[in-house]
Ligand binder design. Structure first.
Ligand SMILES: Nc1ncnc2c1ncn2[C@@H]1O[C@H](COP(=O)(O)OP(=O)(O)OP(=O)(O)O)[C@@H](O)[C@H]1O
Length: 265
C-alpha cells in the first residue's frame, strides 16, 4: 500500500524498503516494500501483529540494520548508520546500572565533549521535565520501571535528537503506570516537539498518543493501513473516554486483528 505524496519534505521517509533475512530457499521477507513518509514534529504510532516488521523498520530507521532493498531518508539524506539526530528508546531501559540518573542523562553529553556546567544545565532541564528531580542522584536499581523509562527518555532527549524512535517503551510497565507515562510523554512532547516513531502492541496507547496510527500486516511484513487520529491536540481523560476515541480505537482494532492473510511472494 502506498500513501499520497506529501507536499513538503518528510522528516523520515521509507522508500520501497524491503528487508530479507537468511539466504536462498530459507530466506524470509520481514519487510516488503514499505513506503511511508512522516512529517517533522509528527507523532506516529506503529501497531500490527507479532512479526510484521515493526522493529525491523525502526532498526533500519535508527541505522542499526541495513535494508535489502530501497532506502530510508532523514531530512532528505540517506541513513547509513546511527546518528545523534535519532534518539532510540527500547522496552528494556538500557540504563547504565552503575551511573546515577544524572550521570545516565549526561552520558551522551560527555561523549559530545560538553563542559560540566553545560551538561549540568541540560540534565537539570530534562530530569525536571520527566519529573525525576528528586531522584537525580539515585541509581537505576532503586527506581521503579516507570522511573527508569523516564530516565531513558530524558537521556534520549538530552543529546537533542530531532527524532525519537521508540520500540514498545512502555511494554514492561503495569497498566496504571503506563497511562501516566503516556501523559508524561505527551507533556514532554508538547513542550519539546520532536518527530516520534513509537511502536506499541497496545491499541489504546497507539490511538491516545498519535497523530496517525500506522497499521502493519505480517507474512510478509508490510504497511496495511494508515489511520488518522482526528482527536483534540491536547489529550486527556475526557479524550480517552470519548465516543470519538472509541470509534478510532475500534477502527484500529479491526485493522490489526481482522487482517486477511496474504501469501508471501
Ligand atoms: N536478525 C534476524 N534474523 C532473522 N530473522 C529476523 C531477525 N530480526 C527479525 N527477524 C524476523 O523478521 C520478522 C519481523 O521481526 P520484527 O521483530 O521486525 O517484528 P515485530 O513486528 O517487531 O514483532 P513483535 O511485535 O513480536 O516485536 C520476524 O518473523 C522475525 O522473526
Amino acid at each position: 500500500m502506498s500513501q499520497p505524496k506529501l507536499s513538503f519534505q518528510p522528516k523520515l521517509s521509507f522508500q520501497n524498503v524491503s528487508r530479507r533475512f537468511g539466504e536462498g530457499d530459507k530466506s524470509f521477507l520481514a519487510l516488503d516494500r514499505l513506503n511511508l513518509d512522516i512529517a517533522d514534529g509528527e507523532f506516529v504510532t506503529v501497531v500490527g501483529p507479532s512479526g510484521c516488521g515493526k522493529s525491523t523498520a525502526m532498526n533500519i530507521a535508527a541505522g542499526l540494520m541495513d535494508v535489502s532493498d530501497g532506502k530510508v531518508l532523514v531530512d532528505g539524506r540517506p541513513v547509513s548508520g546511527p546518528g545523534p539526530e535519532r534518539g532510540v528508546i527500547f522496552q528494556q531501559y538500557a540504563l547504565f546500572p552503575w551511573l546515577t540518573v544524572r550521570q545516565n542523562v549526561e552520558f551522551g553529553l560527555r561523549i559530545k565533549g560538553l563542559p560540566a556546567s553545560e551538561r549540568r544545565r541540560i540534565s537539570d532541564h530534562f530530569i525536571g521535565l520527566v519529573g525525576l528531580r528528586d531522584f537525580a542522584d539515585a541509581l537505576p536499581k532503586t527506581l521503579s520501571g516507570g522511573m527508569k523509562q523516564r530516565c531513558a527518555i530524558a537521556r534520549a532527549y538530552a543529546v537533542d535528537p530531532t527524532m525519537l524512535l521508540m520500540d514498545e517503551p512502555f511494554g514492561a510497565l503495569d497498566a496504571l503506570t503506563r497511562v501516566h507515562m503516556q501523559d508524561q510523554l505527551l507533556d514532554t512532547w508538547s513542550r519539546e516537539r520532536r518527530t516520534v516513531f513509537f511502536i506499541t502492541h497496545d491499541v489504546d496507547e497507539a490511538v491516545y498518543l498519535a497523530n496517525r496510527v500506522i497499521v502493519m500486516a505480517a507474512r510478509p511484513g508490510r504497511l496495511h493501513k494508515i489511520i488518522p487520529v482526528n482527536l483534540p491536540a491536547e489529550r486527556n481523560e475526557d479524550v480517552r473516554l470519548s465516543k470519538e476515541f472509541t470509534e478510532i480505537r475500534n477502527q484500529v482494532w479491526h485493522s490489526v486483528y481482522h487482517q486477511k492473510p496474504q501469501v508471501e511472494a
